[in-house]
Write a new protein. Structure first.
Length: 116
């Protein structure tokens, strides 16, 4: 059974940081590109950052470059998202996705709320 389980979300003050993790199981994690998306209330889901199956290539939303860092550990089947200097507009549900060709799997999401 394929599972992607996100963790690490929560409430943080503006300027704070969080590290999200996503653990994959039930598939060959190292064969899949991994992507973090987010969806804020009333808005469409948007790409945050992606990382290739080997971890050698990463891609970020232009507006998030320099604050967010994606990484992966193919031995532990995890992908992480380090988020620094968080802003209220970063408030959203964050999802991880595993993708290989036409196959894709999604986690249930983890809530990140940035508020004082």
């Amino acid at each position: 059974q394929v599972q992607l389980v996100e963790s690490g979300g929560g409430l943080v003050q503006p300027g704070g940081s969080l590290r999200l993790s996503c653990a994959g199981s039930g598939f060959t994690f190292s064969n899949y590109a991994m992507t973090w998306y987010r969806q804020a209330p009333g808005k469409e889901r948007e790409l945050v950052a992606s990382i290739s199956s080997t971890g050698r290539s990463t891609n970020y939303a232009d507006s998030l470059k320099g604050r967010f860092t994606i990484s992966r550990d193919n031995l532990r089947n995890t992908v992480s998202l380090e988020m620094l200097n968080l802003k209220p507009e970063d408030t959203a549900v964050y999802y991880c996705q595993a993708r290989r060709a036409m196959l894709e799997y999604w986690g249930q999401g983890t809530q990140v709320t940035v508020s004082s």
